[in-house]
Design a protein. Sequence first.
Length: 292
Amino acid sequence: MTLFTGLSAFPITPATAEGRVIEGDLHGLLQGIERGGADSVGLLGSTGTYVFLDRDERRRAVAVAVEALASTPVIVGVGALRTDHAQALAKDAAAEGAAGLLLAPVSYAPLTEEEVFQHFAAVASVSDLPICIYNNPTTTNFTFKPDLVARLAEQIPNVAAIKLPLPKGDLAANLKAYRDAAPRLTIGYSGDWGCKDGLLAGADAWFSVSAGLFTQRAAALTAAARRGDRAEADRLDAAFAPLWEVFRAVGGMRAMYAVANHLGVTTAQPPLPILPLEGDIRAKAVAAAAAL
């Protein structure tokens, strides 16, 4: 199995209100993911609130992860506003023992395709680690179209995979478009409520928020979908349906903090200005967790 295939679990990064990683809580989360059978850990993704942590804390999180995990490889998010900052983060991740990188074109000013290409080329130049393209238009306001993905795959050897959002239209057609454009890349989806269908359609990976806490169940769902057992995949996915409803309402990151607090995994709260869930929606998140 290659690095960017199967189930990649994306946990929260417990931190203090001042943005200092709570090492013990993160260590425990990661060991739970390994016990649950994830194929990789997606550290410092959007759920891991990477943009809210400074360089030192991001490096510390990688060090904790590599120490905590006996055999599960770590894919580290290295997105940053400045190219030189992303390069520094890539170097840090490599130095601490990361197995791969996840790179999003974080920006304030909307980026052109050429700017994004040059950004990726620059980050790839400082490390031999394989890179997964992070296509997250909701956050970055940039969409990786198949032609650009083809160019990245053809001209940057260590670009190895792409993490796609769920499409608004036909998922199988979306998958085919990227597969045809860059056949050597592994392709996975995020947006947990639709990833069963992505795997059944032939995607290589599920980049999963829910697997950050419910790894064993997510691993079982991944296995069923990847072997084409639709009935079993549907059955396992149905147990997640209440959680998917919360994810679609408020996002996976907010929900996972609420669930982690309820389960006693950490008392850490989302970084401000993001507020913790309260009231009915928090109750729905907790009830969804109880069902799992």
